[in-house]
Design a protein around this ligand. Sequence first.
Ligand code: CTP
Length: 394
Amino acid sequence: MIIKDKRIVLGVSGAISAYKALELVRLLVKGEATVLPVMTSSAQEFITPLSLSTLAKNLVSTSLFERGSDVSINHIELAQKSDLIIVAPATANVIGKIASGIADDPLTTIIMAAACPVLIAPSMNDRMWENPIVKGNVEGLLSVGYKFVGPGEGALACGSIGKGRLAGVEEIFEAACEALTRKDLKGEKALVTAGPTREAIDPVRFVSNASSGRMGYALARAAKRRGAEVVLISGPTDLPRPSGVTCVSVSTAEEMNEAAVRYYPQSTLVIMAAAISDYRPKKSYSEKVKKDASTLSVELERTEDVLKQMGRKKKGQFLVGFALETENLEENARKKLKDKNLDMVVANGPAGLAGATNEVLIINRDGEIEAVPPLNKDDIADRILDRVVRLKSR
Ligand code: CTP
């Protein structure tokens, strides 16, 4: 996980959504980051420094002239020894101060002296967000390299509905990871497929498999973080759509094929993590099949092998396939690598299909093999992309 061992200053300013900063701290701490909280005086009207410091397991900076604590907080040192500063929530007032070069509290002082990226998550009333002065401030900050996440649209604390809601905590976390990631896939157009397909028997039944889609979604998120433009074609899953990624939802193998054919020509990197059905019912009933007879046979016919077609039509694309095997993992994976004209194959057992973790063998064209031990799928995704980057630069 990219945020592991990173020093992250979390600035909280005075908006009703300040309570969500507590959840963000929890996520960052879970990712093993060191969280250094800073609160404006208004933020302390909404949540207490005690809650924040308890969750962050660190002192909270609330004043430029801290007294009474055992350790005094050196704001300049905090600014210069941090890997990332997140301001969540960021009010119109704090954004205005940063944009105007005002440094009259610990948060704005740290930001002014920062040598690291600053990620701002605005939270305010919709009219405030639309205000031309606030807009100008945001544009000014964007133009000098500040990063923004959100705001989202929806019901606001003031009662109106519009744009101004603090971005979701997961979205801020993702943006933080992205801000810390080296852009080694910049310029790449990545096409990732994920999840199972469903082949209808009748209107209420289908042939499918246990794929959760997690591996493909982790790959799409990781490629996006690393600077690629990403299209994710996904079969039915319960997973949230990754932000900043073009998502195409499909259901059947045929739809998966159509979408893949559409995006393939302009892609430079293709990762086929989807568990596409190899067979579909030859006949799909228009009404629910009734249980009349004691046995029922469903005749199946082959679907298109999407990846094999891609291998045939390859024009400079770097093609990564998966191999799902219950026996002879390496041997079968090597066979797929050759038969489908791949640049790399990621071989996994059935445990990798639905779980949160995976254990894989990565084999590339020239026969080189890497055994990746059991890891969560985000880490596996980065290990796969590390190898893609290395091979592409050869
Ligand atoms: N794949 C595909 N189209 C299909 C089936 C699979 O593009 N109709 C892709 C998968 O996305 C994966 C790779 O082919 O990247 C290998 O899939 P896998 O299920 O392991 O193997 P198959 O090629 O289907 O062969 P088999 O089922 O005989 O092992």
